[in-house]
Design a protein around this ligand. Structure first.
Ligand code: SER
Length: 585
């Protein structure tokens, strides 16, 4: 069964069981700077799991686009993916264990026609926070799972929470027996040998864990389930890896045709990272040196490096993107719409990387030989830093290159040097700023405040994904670069202008406070280069319309600004637009 058929069967099955189908949230969480990407179907639903009323009711189902990057270095083996699709169904204070387990059992055995003997389940064994989940085990038995296929595990295996704090509870997981020979007499579903593959997880969410480790009961009992689509497709198709399913097949075949060196791990890395990058870009992500932008940069750069390893001409990238979009367009129609932007962002990033790659790899070879000659096999952190600083070489790439040569790198030393460097550039930029203060005058200060207002207005009019990409102020005008995938319409420009002028007229106070960097980010403060800031930062707020990490200075009240006028809106680079504007007093 193809992945899209599994998805459709799933959504229909739950629809027939009274669930509303809701759309996948974007991969880039809206208004949630605390996480990089959407990592689970429940993530966009947290407010509703905590008791808020969902407009579509108390039974929901969807497919959710997810990116998880903690295992990025594992991609290349036979199972890890950074992008995956999670099918899910939710009860928001509606049904609980019995109905949830019955529906899962029916879906697996009747809709997907998995023989019962291939299924095993695990349930929570109980501890001081929550008793053993006998009810879940009873429900499984009643549904048709034999006692010998039910396993009990503790919190490590059968408790689900996203992060440290939030809604959580015991879960019950379903496993598929691949039929492989067990690795030993103790082989059980929680064993990694590959005999058992986890296919679905039903979380019985009735607790809230606070940061101090305390559990309290939620106002309602919820069910949150997640089924990994790629994995299910792989199992139902009897394939060894997700790369053998139709999701990756066309791109894997093309790589095989193009490659001059045969390395299966590299083919998988290219195929996986390309799909992931395309999905992120399609949902508004752009490469940068921070946070999610950095993850995207890493994915693209790692893909390019492996294309080089296979000696595939990098000009082929556009073609590979087309193959992938054509293959995935039914599952993700948005890819077709965003075809050009996906291409231009990836190709531009590739071009940037190519410039640094050749020099960096030569330098790496030289340093590796030096290290070997000294009889060592750990590459000094200074070398990692030099490659980063001089050649723009991401430290992970150096690490990966080292590992390919059976060497290690001193990452701890690298981190130390990196911190030192950040501190120096902070002091440097403060000095520069102080020096520049001589040139600061009433006009440039006004423009600086107007920049913050423009940033905030663009977020309202164009969308929350707009972020500052650059700014330049003279006494004549302000220039502001921001992420955006389209030319602003006349109407958008007008709305932005009107909004800024409205805020100016409202006479909003500009206030400044000092806080810990992490608190500032959590509070939603806008920030361009997170790693460039010290641990304690200054945050400038304008009324309650704008909040940004910033060194200032600013006007005291927006009334001082005059009238804001956009003079020009144009492309700056791929996915980045530029506005030039003036203030008339
Ligand atoms: N939230 C659970 C998971 O991610 C079930 O959806 O596994």
């Amino acid at each position: 069964m193809k992945a899209i058929e599994i998805r459709n069967k799933y959504l229909n099955f739950f629809k027939n069981n009274g669930h509303s189908i809701i759309p996948s949230a974007p991969l880039i969480p809206e208004n949630d700077p605390s996480v990089l990407f959407t990592t689970a179907g429940m993530q966009p639903l947290v407010p509703y799991l905590l008791g808020e009323k969902h407009p579509s009711g108390t039974r929901l189902t969807d497919y959710q686009k997810c990116v998880r990057t903690n295992d990025i270095d594992e991609v290349g083996d036979n199972r890890h993916l950074t992008y995956f699709e999670m099918l899910g169904n939710w009860s928001l204070g509606d049904y609980f264990k019995e109905e949830s387990i019955k529906m899962s059992f029916d879906f697996l055995t009747k809709e997907l026609q998995i023989p019962v003997e291939k299924l095993s389940v695990t349930v929570f064994a109980g501890d001081e926070d929550c008793p053993r989940d006998n009810l879940a085990a009873e429900c499984w038995k009643k549904a048709g799972i034999p006692e010998g296929h039910i396993y009990y595990y503790g919190k490590d295996d059968n408790w689900w929470i996203a992060g440290e704090e939030g809604p959580c509870g015991p879960d019950t997981e379903m496993y598929y027996d691949t039929g492989k020979t067990p690795c030993g007499p103790n082989c059980q579903p929680n064993c990694d040998c590959g005999k058992y593959v986890e296919i679905w997880n039903n979380v019985f969410m009735e607790y809230f864990k606070s940061k101090d480790g305390k559990y309290t009961k939620l106002s309602q009992q919820n069910v949150d389930t997640g089924l990994g689509l790629e994995r299910m497709a792989m199992l139902l198709q009897g394939k060894e890896t997700p790369f053998d399913t139709e999701i990756f097949k066309p791109i894997m075949d093309k790589l095989l045709e193009l490659e001059k060196v045969d390395i299966i791990e590299s083919r998988r890395i290219i195929a996986e990272h390309l799909r992931s990058s395309m999905m992120i870009i399609s949902d508004g992500g752009r490469p940068s040196n921070v946070d999610r932008g950095y993850v995207l940069r890493r994915l693209i750069r790692r893909m390019v490096r492996h294309l080089n390893k296979l000696q595939i001409d990098l000009q082929e990238i556009a073609n590979l993107i087309d193959i992938n979009i054509d293959n995935l367009k039914e599952m993700y129609p948005e890819l077709t719409k965003n075809r050009e932007i996906i291409k231009s962002v990836i190709i531009e990033e590739k071009n940037k990387f190519v410039k640094t790659l050749t020099h960096g790899e030569k330098e790496f070879q030289k340093e590796m030989n030096n290290t070997k000659q000294q009889g060592k096999n750990i590459i000094d952190g200074k070398v990692v830093f030099k490659l980063y600083d001089t050649y723009g070489f991401p430290p992970e790439v150096t690490k990966e290159l080292a590992e390919e040569n059976n060497m290690e790198v001193d990452m701890k030393k690298f981190e130390e040097l990196f911190k030192e460097h950040q501190e120096k550039s902070r002091v440097g930029s403060e000095q520069k700023f102080k020096g520049g203060l001589a040139e600061q005058n009433e006009i440039t200060i006004s423009y600086h405040t107007a920049t913050h207002l423009l940033n905030a207005a663009l977020k309202v009019v164009v969308g929350p994904d707009v972020h500052q990409k650059g700014s330049n102020i003279t006494t004549e005008r302000m220039r502001f670069d921001f992420s955006c995938d389209h030319k602003l319409t006349d109407e958008e420009k007008k709305q932005v202008e009107d909004l800024v002028n409205d805020w100016i007229k409202q006479g909003l106070d500009v206030t400044i406070e000092e806080m810990k960097k992490e608190d500032a980010i959590k509070s939603g403060a806008e920030c361009m280069f997170i790693e460039k800031y010290p641990d304690i930062v200054t945050v400038y707020s304008i009324g309650n319309v704008s909040k940004e990490l910033c060194g200032g200075p600013h006007v005291k009240n927006t009334r001082e600004l005059g009238t804001f006028k956009i003079k020009k809106e144009e492309a700056s680079s791929a996915g980045v637009r530029r506005i030039k504007a003036i203030l008339e007093k």
